[in-house]
Design a binder for this molecule. Structure first.
Ligand SMILES: C[S@@+](CC[C@H](N)C(=O)[O-])C[C@H]1O[C@@H](n2cnc3c(N)ncnc32)[C@H](O)[C@@H]1O
Length: 210
């Protein structure tokens, strides 16, 4: 996949990291690309995923970089672990929330330190005409983006080969529509903002008042 929809939004997500962020958690980290970007900022990062293969690959890929700021990768299911309360300044969940009950966000909320930020890059199915309009609008933009990335990779084959993954993180089709996500989020994450993004994703941002 030359153009990854989750990776495309990394910069947008990094803009939500609070100033002086010391501790972060990446939930459903897969092979760890976003967790490594957080660690590269000098943040202490815990990154968890129940896929043994993905975590093993995340450790291998992190070992290959010259960077000594490496996330703590943990093979775990976030719905089964006890997260420390009021601890993290930043929690991210990229394309992974639809693998678990939406209510899991309550545990993530409680794990935020005062002033901490939870960001969810979410996936949801097309259910309404508006969903379909957004999806159709993304198709030509996606084709152009893929072409641009393919050309860049051809021009810089060495850079494209760096950090190539042998393992792909598990994927699942989303089932919960955006309207329901908005309803549940209003209860569990009061004051959060949710907006649609172009490439089949939504962005949810919640700030803890502490
Ligand atoms: C589509 S992948 C996304 C991986 C990564 N965040 C990315 O952006 O490339 C979804 C990830 O969520 C993980 N996942 C599924 N259920 C989970 C759970 N209960 N707790 C934590 N992670 C989970 C999967 O193993 C998978 O690695």
């Amino acid at each position: 996949m030359p153009f990854d929809h989750n990776d495309h939004y990394h910069r947008l997500l990094l803009r939500q990291v609070p100033r002086d962020c010391g501790a972060a958690l990446d939930v459903g980290c897969g092979t760890g690309r976003f967790a490594r970007r957080l660690a590269h900022l000098g943040i202490e990062v815990d990154a968890i995923d129940p896929s043994e293969e993905a975590i093993a690959e995340a450790r291998v890929l992190s070992g290959r970089t010259a960077d000594d700021r490496i996330p703590r990768f943990r093979h775990a299911d976030v719905t089964e672990v006890e997260l420390p309360k009021l601890h993290y300044d930043f929690i991210s969940c990229l394309a992974s929330l639809h693998h678990m009950p939406f209510g899991t966000v309550a545990a993530l909320r409680d794990a935020l330190a005062p002033g901490g930020v939870l960001v969810i890059l979410g996936c949801c199915p097309e259910k309404t005409w508006l969903d379909w309009v957004w999806s159709l609008a993304a198709v030509p933009a996606n084709a152009v983006a893929r072409l641009v990335v393919t050309i860049k990779d051809k021009l810089r084959p060495a850079a494209a080969a760096t950090g190539q993954e042998r393992v792909k993180a598990p994927v699942r089709q989303p089932t919960v529509p955006l309207s329901e996500i908005c309803r549940e989020a209003a209860v569990l994450l009061p004051g959060c903002g949710i907006r649609r993004l172009l490439f089949w994703r939504y962005l949810l941002v919640y700030r803890s008042n502490g």
